[in-house]
Design a protein around this ligand. Structure first.
Ligand SMILES: NC(=O)c1ccc[n+]([C@@H]2O[C@H](COP(=O)([O-])OP(=O)(O)OC[C@H]3O[C@@H](n4cnc5c(N)ncnc54)[C@H](O)[C@@H]3O)[C@@H](O)[C@H]2O)c1
Length: 349
């Protein structure tokens, strides 16, 4: 196995994963429409590979376009084949990811997330490329107070974004029902990906409105926002704020390589895996930790609970720890420090 197609590979999680893949000797072909990422991330990935002296381990290719365009995607697979190469597996990051936006524009979310995936799967099928790691999400689960979520937990998304993720998982399950089809699929259900690369060259830098907590904290530090809003202080948790499972994006990136290795060394199957640390941190604890580690002060205010929020979303990650050659290594301090360093570097340039 040599060349991995990374859909949405210039985005937050995709860009970090490309570096992990190159480090392990894979060639990477990124396809991205840049709807929520910037082209300069490509040169930053290359710079990081040079800094880490891993640039000779794997090649990197890039094609700009919308994956919903099946003919265009077909041609990319075809051109690779004509050059005597093949695309051996796909990591599918591309999609829209904002819960809030998906509530306002559900049709856009269904169109993008489903049609990107259908286009991708049909082209993969035509080229007999049947190994796929899919970026799923913990938002598909029905949560229970103070109970960690395992992969068998009930699924019940409460917004269009989560529904598209679950619908895609169902399509992927349908593919595997034909035992002669030999699909190998891992649905990685991410918890809360945060942090930035330790070189401070890439981090979470969405083109669209920031919805995740760290990009919002950065906007406050950049004085583009007055305060961080903490939604609800009366949740049934220790300090009244929501508890989440924050995982460093570099740990998350490595889990994709481990999932690929698992798929190719095992029988065809569809497997669901939680990718989190298994540790819960409240929003207030996170803000306090960020302030302490970076000697700063993020102004915040409490506002009303957000529709559809859950008080406690923490992974039972034991299946991933058991099956994958992987475990999260980075601490909450690393997350805060790396985000801060990335913010400082970004604002210097
Ligand atoms: N970041 C999170 O908190 C989180 C949590 C759970 C799951 N996920 C999922 O992980 C994946 C990656 O998330 P991310 O945080 O890196 O998001 P991101 O927005 O940074 O990256 C997604 C990339 O996909 C590209 N893209 C979108 N539509 C496209 C299209 N039609 N054709 C080609 N490219 C397209 C965007 O330009 C972007 O570069 C997404 O599928 C997301 O739903 C993210």
């Amino acid at each position: 196995m040599k060349t991995i197609l990374a859909t949405g590979g210039l985005g937050f999680i995709g860009s970090h994963t490309c570096i992990s893949l190159i480090n392990k000797g894979y060639d990477v072909l990124i396809v991205d429409s840049l709807v929520n990422s910037k082209l300069n991330v490509l040169s930053k990935i290359k710079d990081i590979c040079s800094i880490l002296k891993i640039h000779n381990k794997g090649k990197i290719f890039f094609e700009k376009g919308d994956i919903r365009d099946r003919n265009w995607l077909f041609q990319i697979f075809e051109d690779f084949k004509k050059e005597g190469r093949s695309i051996d597996a796909v990591i599918h990051f591309a999609g829209l990811k904002s819960v809030e936006e998906s509530i306002l524009s559900p049709l856009r979310y269904w169109d993008e997330n489903l049609n990107i995936t259908l286009s991708l799967l049909s082209v993969m099928d035509q080229f007999d490329c049947k190994t796929l790691v899919f970026s799923s999400s913990a938002t598909i689960y029905k949560t229970k107070l103070n109970k960690k979520i395992d992969e068998d937990s009930f699924t019940e998304p409460i917004n269009a974004y989560g529904n598209t993720k679950l619908a895609i998982e169902k399509i992927l399950l349908d593919l595997s029902r034909n035992r002669q089809s030999y699909w190998r699929i891992a649905n990685l259900r991410y918890f809360n990906p945060v942090g930035a690369h330790s070189t401070s060259l890439i981090g979470e830098d969405p083109k669209n409105k920031a919805n995740n907590i760290f990009p919002i904290m950065i906007k406050v530090l950049e004085k583009k926002l007055d305060k961080l809003s903490i939604f609800g202080k009366d949740w049934p948790t220790l300090d009244g704020t929501c508890v989440r499972d924050y995982i460093h994006v570099m740990d998350l990136a490595d889990s994709h390589v481990a999932a690929l290795r698992f798929l190719i060394s095992n029988d065809p199957q569809v497997i669901n895996l939680n990718i989190g640390t298994g540790e819960g941190t409240s929003v207030l604890e996170l803000v306090n930790k960020f302030n302490k580690v970076n000697n700063c002060k993020i102004p915040f205010e409490f506002s009303d609970r957000r529709n559809g929020d859950s008080p406690f979303v923490v992974a039972d990650n034991s299946l991933s720890l058991k099956l994958l050659d992987w475990k999260p290594n980075m601490s909450l301090e690393d997350i805060c420090k790396d985000t801060w360093n990335w913010f400082i570097k970004k604002n210097k340039n």
